[in-house]
Design a protein around this ligand. Sequence first.
Ligand code: SF4
Length: 640
Amino acid sequence: MFQNLFKPGLIGAVALKNRLMMPPISTNLAGKDGTVSEDLIFHYAERARGGVGMITVENVCISYPLARHGMAQPRIDDDRFIAGLRRLSDAIHAGGAKAAVELAHPGINADLRFIGGETPIGPSAVTRKDGVVPRVLSGEEIEETIGTYIEAARRSQEAGFDVVEVHACHGLLINQFLSPLTNKRQDEYGGSRENRIRILVEIVKGIKRRLGDDFAVTVRLVAEDMLEGGLTLEDGRWFARHLEEVGVDAMHPDFGLGDKEKRLEPMPYPQAWRVYLAEEIKKAVSIPVVAVGVIREPQIAEEILTAGKADFVALGRTLIADPDWPNKAQTGAERSIRHCIGCNECVVARHVEDVPLRCSVNATVGHTPEESHLEQAAVAKRVLIIGGGPGGMEAARVAALCGHRVILFEGQSRLGGTLIAGSVPPGKEKLNWIPDYYAHELARLGVEVHLGETLDAEQARALNPDHVIIATGSRPAIPRIPGMDEPHVWVAQELLANQMRFTGQAVVIIGGGSVGLETADYLATQGNSVTVLEMLEKVGQGSEPLYLSYLLRQLKEHAVEIVTGAEVQAIQTDAVLAQEKSGEMRTIRADLVVLAAGVKPANDLAHNLSDLHPSIIGDADQPRKIINAIAEGFLAARII
Ligand code: SF4
């Protein structure tokens, strides 16, 4: 079905079985000392077994400590790391993929927590946002740095890797040399494009000289910066052409200096929106070009190749969510693909919390092989699952995989639970992928699904279950406010789930959490004038930072007024009365009032079935995120 995705391809002399690559994504799964750990090997081996053509191992540290760029990042700055890296490349090869290493140096953008009190280095003394002034590399130090990349490439080859990728985008060291915003040098490494690319050219030539022309070198090239006065697509094409001339084997273009949101896109960004970068670079070169960025569905990946926009497709978060994506696409099992929804829990883990990678939709990510393994049950049990939200659906899937007989009851007419309302606001459609996936999988695995049916305790008991899992989710918390029974008052989740539409209304939303803000966006885009009242000092508490900043920008564009520190006193027939943090009372006109004051567990059944010792998971236990519900569904079913 996919004519192009599964055609063999070449990166230099390295033959790939298909056109799919895993780009470097840091995992925080290496040892704290930079050695390759069993968890890191397991992570990549699983993805190799899933059918991808080549895996590029993440953000490897080439010089310690100045190039250290992560809490638990693999190192390649010394020969003592070669043995561990060899085990990693062996595991990738054993899984059927080619293995590449990304050679990275953050330069100016080094994280001060990781570099042992040293000053970050860079091409020029361009002051960082936090006021740190980097130390300027001397000409001699630039020569040494070039040598550092070449030595790291030599170790990669000795460790059995097929390809090295030089990281030259995302605002890291080589990008800093390429960009006039960060390179103010007057010597042969600054000024003209020829001079600014000199360090990268010398690295590439040096690697080829040392390791032979057949050892493939790719460049993660900045196609354009995201800052005013930075590199343009014209620069990107010029660099690409020049790099092809000096022997680079493939280009993997991406953004350079600037906003992280553009390369760690939150959920609303459309699929393949960033592929134009590859398309532009491809105009300048005849070597293979790799496209990357929110490529989720096989059809989209196939279309990129068919349209000639790129020669290979890189699947990053896509393969975090489902390592078997390539095999499933190749065997016609696309509906069994667990799609990445772009929620960025993985980004928060890696970049905000400095903990191992995790994934909302794939409960095994970041866990050991033992924790991920599903054992076949010696005796098949009758498992009753009450609730078809993310936790209940995952529990049903895992219990069925373990060989149990599973019955699932869901009160709504379709699977999804809170995702049904959650997927309605603008840009949240990807949430529908979760129930679509489970609906298909549960049917495939023979789970008996009853939709539109609720159970009381007696009915549940009458089914004689050996094990009960309560996944009944949450219900909206209704604040006690005078006037909340007025006919123009709606609950956000009900309004969204029923896809109610309004135009030209003055709307007040009570509650500025994610549901309140998203409902504001939903109603503002329909042409209403919206005010959000939040009691706390900040809105969107607990939301993923890149998404929150995107959402707040949208709200600003739609002229949504956000009032923090506001305590609602009463709802009147045409207004809401609120006390502002200054103590002043304010009357805000309201044709429509929407309550978005949080949720509370919907777990009455759990109390009534306590004699059956049910597992209580997800929001039914404590309202939290999708990742918690799915992780608890996995765990509850795995240990039955
Ligand atoms: Fe995708 Fe979210 Fe999983 Fe990250 S955590 S891979 S964004 S589904």
